[in-house]
Design a protein around this ligand. Structure first.
Ligand code: 13P
Ligand code: SF4
Length: 299
């Protein structure tokens, strides 16, 4: 029996489902029951019948699934797969920052620990951040941890978005020059970037899209060439689903080392050994769920 068959057999025996983020390596995307962006994966986790979720992504995503699916076993095949941006703020730091800005609503990007979500009023993802901030009856909001997404949301909503000094090291490295060079190399291409990129990069793009919205846009586009300004792993899915369109990375080196830690062998090991289980203490999970459900009601 090869590794895919063994995974399939264990999935059936354990009533397990494999969820994978759009940045996962091809072999893991191919083995997954569902591939998506952070919002899609959160929604999926909340509605699953399965008793075990194998989450191929990074730690905060598995935590979000554990919060939304209490009672289910959530496994992260590579426990070292964290998100450096999510680790840029913890619950204690957020509590003290809130104390300096009393009365302002707190919006947390989904790329945060459950502990940080528990301290927030509402969560958001890259696909609904504008709608979430617009839904708040406040002109000033606190936003953690991504300063780039915050700057984009401020531009789009006209609100004062006071941001924590966090960023995604993969997207923060994109420069206006990357976009200019990509346009020179591919003059007929449309340029899409992720809202975790700096604002001067966003300003040079044709479209600003979460990974999930890139997948949808690719199905609808009439263009034949697209330059993609996000983690390069998404190009595997975009190219596979849209063979008539050519996709080019805006930066060849845009790779998230943490997203690439999960392999098919680790997925098999997770199913064989029920490791590593991601659990969130009930007191934190209940409060974090409040912030996530507030988001799901908006978008
Ligand atoms: P989305 O898939 O929600 O666009 O998020 C990108 C990301 O960086 C996840 O870590
Ligand atoms: Fe975190 Fe960026 Fe990697 Fe996503 S791509 S997991 S935001 S470091």
């Amino acid at each position: 029996m090869d590794i895919r068959q063994r995974i399939g057999e264990l999935k059936r025996r354990k009533n397990a489902v494999i969820l994978a983020h759009n940045y996962q390596v091809p072999e893991v995307q191919d083995a997954a029951d569902f591939v998506g962006d952070s919002l899609e994966l959160s929604r999926k986790a909340a509605g699953l019948e399965a008793s075990t979720i194998v989450f191929c992504g990074v730690h905060f995503m598995a935590e979000t699934a554990a919060v939304l699916a209490p009672g289910k076993t959530v496994l992260l095949p590579e426990i070292e797969a964290g998100c450096p941006m999510a680790d840029m703020i913890n619950g204690r730091e957020l509590r003290s920052w809130k104390a300096q800005h009393p009365g302002l609503p707190v919006v947390c990007y989904v790329n945060t620990s459950a502990e940080v979500k528990a301290e927030s009023d509402v969560c958001c993802t890259s696909s609904n951040a504008i709608a979430v901030v617009n839904s708040l009856g406040a002109d000033r909001v606190l936003f953690v941890p991504d300063k780039n997404l915050a700057a984009y949301v401020a531009r789009e909503t006209g609100k004062t978005v006071i941001a924590w000094d966090g960023y995604c090291y993969v997207h923060h490295r994109f420069t206006p020059r990357d976009i200019d060079e990509a346009r020179t190399a591919h003059p007929g291409a449309e340029v899409w970037v992720h809202p975790e990129c700096p604002l001067d990069v966003i300003e040079r793009a044709d479209k600003v899209l979460s990974t999930g919205k890139m997948v949808l846009e690719a199905r609808a586009t009439s263009r034949h060439e697209i330059v993609v300004g996000t983690e390069k792993g998404i190009i595997y899915r975009l190219a596979r689903e849209n063979p008539a369109v050519r996709f080019f990375p805006a930066r060849e080196t845009a790779l998230c080392a943490h997203m690439k830690m999960t392999t098919l062998a680790k997925v098999l090991h997770a199913l064989e050994t029920d490791t590593t289980r991601v659990e969130v203490p009930a007191a934190i999970a209940d409060r974090a769920r409040g912030a996530i459900e507030a988001m799901l009601r908006i978008s």
